[in-house]
Structure formats: structure tokens, C-alpha cells
Design a protein around this ligand. Structure first.
Ligand SMILES: NC(=O)c1ccc[n+]([C@@H]2O[C@H](COP(=O)([O-])OP(=O)(O)OC[C@H]3O[C@@H](n4cnc5c(N)ncnc54)[C@H](OP(=O)(O)O)[C@@H]3O)[C@@H](O)[C@H]2O)c1
Length: 282
């Protein structure tokens, strides 16, 4: 439990709902301690109230009455939104951001006073409580804040701490990662179809293969290389496939994908930062 802390989520989209679902279903916070603020979409906030029992609040009251604030709007809205909520932030608030590409330095620049800021990077599986989340601390955040963030995000999957300079790599690996896995699955399905299976059957086999392999990885605790070697007997079918994939530099292709996403994350971060500073200076 997070004692009797009160938490205010700003934004009411996919990720906000996923966080609420995690907190309520794992009993980390009672629903009446969770406030949701979104003056732009009150209907969605009311829907969250009906679904989870959270409390819709006006922006001022929601923030003032909270100990912890999670910002869950889009990165491109950061300058306008921070200007809107800044007057209500306090020094003793913990501000948790899930905004992709927005640094703790930029959030601090957009805030009027020093704030304990923690930046997180979850992924799409937050919605089913299986996100791989990473976080880093802003300059005014401490170990107590880190513990709180770990408690919150362990209700939605796993969480690890990294340095802020590594957040773009996190984005390139686990942030975009689910899409790479789906892409691999698409290729597996196409492979089965090319050899003569119907798409429906290839899809069913590929999907369950992914689920089974993921569960095996989790339950065994083994390194993926170890599991792969276990099912790769000399001169067998798996070895034939791996050798063929290696001849097309499978590992390099995936590594290059992660690097391209990491570079793009850096570029987008710069663009968001320039736009936000531009909005502030207007
Ligand atoms: N989806 C992912 O896989 C993923 C992964 C990692 C990180 N993230 C980050 O998570 C954040 C939320 O993503 P999402 O997928 O949940 O997006 P989303 O579904 O579009 O939700 C964004 C929410 O913010 C609201 N909003 C916009 N301006 C606001 C304001 N000034 N005050 C209060 N609420 C405001 C939006 O309301 P309206 O709909 O009325 O505009 C909407 O409810 C983003 O910053 C994204 O970078 C997402």
C-alpha cells in the first residue's frame, strides 16, 4: 500500500486508464484516493469513475489535494499543459512523467519552482499489467521518490532504474519493442503461408508459439540463448533456420532497428524541447 497517499493523474487516455487499473486491481491505493483531471474530456473522466471508482476533480483541487501527480498527456502538449497546472504544483509534490521524449530538465524548466520529478518510460503492455518500464530521477528527486515510483509501476509490470542519458535506448528497446515482436510474428505467419498453410492456421500456431516461448522464458528464468540452444540440435530443423537467418544477418538487422529507434527518440526529444521553449517564449 502507498499508505494514505493521494494521487492525481492529469490526462485520461490509454496510459492513464492502464495506471488506474493497475493501482486499483493490485490494491496499492483505494480508488477514492485517485483523482483524475482532464478539463478537455470530462466525459472520459466520468467513464473512468464508473469503471474504477476514481474521483473526477477540477485541476486546482485535484493537484492541491494530492501528494503524487502523474502527468499522462501527450508530449506535444507539454508546454501548454505545464503552464496550466504549474500554479498548483508544490515543493513537496512528487511529479511522475510518462511523457515519451520529455527530459526532467525540460519539465523543470517549464515548472515555476524546484520539483521532485521522476521520468518513466512504460510500454503498450501497461494496459494489461505487463509493461517493461524504466525510470530515472530528476535532480530534486530522491530515494524515497524512487521507492514510490517502483511501487506504483510494479502494479503494471516490471520496473528498472536507468540513467536519464539511457532513456532513448529504453525507448528504442522496450518502448517500441512490442512492435518488433509483432513484426517477427507477421514474418512467421508469412513463412508458414509461403510453405502452404492457411493464414488462419499459421496465425494460430505463430501466436501460441510466441505466448508459450514468453511464458517459458519467464518461468524458467533462463537466458534466451540457453533456451534457444536447448531446442537447436545439431543438423536439425531449428539449426537450419538459424543458419539461414544468420546468413541474412538477423542479429544485425534487429540491432540496427533498435539503434534507429534510439536515434529517432533523441531527435524527437530535441524537437519537443524546441517546440516547448518556442511556446513558452511566445
Ligand atoms: N501509448 C504508449 O504505448 C506509450 C508508451 C510510453 C509512453 N507513452 C506516453 O504516455 C502519454 C499518454 O499516452 P496515451 O497513449 O495515453 O495518449 P492518449 O490516449 O492520447 O491520452 C492523452 C490524454 O491526455 C489528455 N490531455 C491532453 N491535454 C491535456 C491537458 N492539458 N490536461 C489534461 N489532460 C490533457 C487527452 O485528452 P483529449 O483526448 O481530450 O485530448 C488524453 O486524455 C504520452 O505522453 C506518451 O508519450 C505512451
Amino acid at each position: 500500500m502507498l499508505d494514505d497517499k493521494k494521487l492525481c493523474i492529469i490526462g485520461s487516455g490509454y496510459m492513464a486508464e492502464a495506471i488506474i487499473k493497475g493501482l486499483v486491481s493490485k490494491n496499492l491505493l483505494p480508488a477514492e484516493n485517485i483523482f483524475v483531471v482532464n478539463p478537455l474530456d470530462e466525459e472520459k473522466v466520468l467513464k473512468l469513475k464508473d469503471l474504477y471508482g476514481i474521483i473526477p476533480r477540477e485541476k486546482e483541487a485535484g493537484i492541491i489535494d494530492a501528494d503524487i501527480i502523474i502527468i499522462a498527456f501527450k508530449p506535444q502538449d507539454v508546454a501548454e499543459a505545464m503552464a496550466m497546472y504549474n500554479p498548483f504544483f508544490r515543493k513537496d509534490h512528487l511529479l511522475i512523467s510518462i511523457l515519451a521524449g520529455i527530459s526532467t530538465d525540460l519539465l523543470q524548466k517549464l515548472a515555476d519552482s524546484p520539483l521532485a520529478i521522476v521520468r518513466t518510460m512504460p510500454n503498450l503492455a501497461l494496459g494489461i499489467g505487463e509493461s517493461a518500464t524504466a525510470y530515472c530521477l530528476g535532480k530534486y528527486a530522491n530515494e524515497k521518490h524512487a521507492q514510490t515510483v517502483e511501487k506504483i509501476f510494479s502494479t503494471t509490470g516490471s520496473i528498472i532504474r536507468v540513467q536519464e542519458k539511457d532513456m532513448d535506448i529504453v525507448t528504442g528497446l522496450s518502448g517500441s519493442g512490442p512492435a518488433y515482436i509483432y513484426y517477427l510474428l507477421e514474418a512467421l505467419i508469412e513463412g508458414g503461408c509461403k510453405e502452404g498453410l492457411s493464414e488462419e492456421k499459421a496465425m494460430e500456431l505463430a501466436k501460441q508459439t510466441l505466448i508459450g516461448a514468453a511464458k517459458l522464458l519467464q518461468e524458467s528464468g533462463a537466458h534466451p540463448k540457453e533456451l534457444r540452444r536447448k531446442i537447436t540440435s545439431a543438423k536439425g530443423t531449428t539449426e537450419a533456420a538459424i543458419n539461414k537467418m544468420d546468413s541474412y544477418q538477423f542479429t544485425k538487422i534487429v540491432q540496427e532497428g533498435v539503434s534507429a529507434a534510439t536515434r529517432r527518440s533523441k531527435q524527437l526529444g530535441k524537437i519537443f524541447e524546441e517546440n516547448a521553449i518556442h511556446v513558452v517564449n511566445m
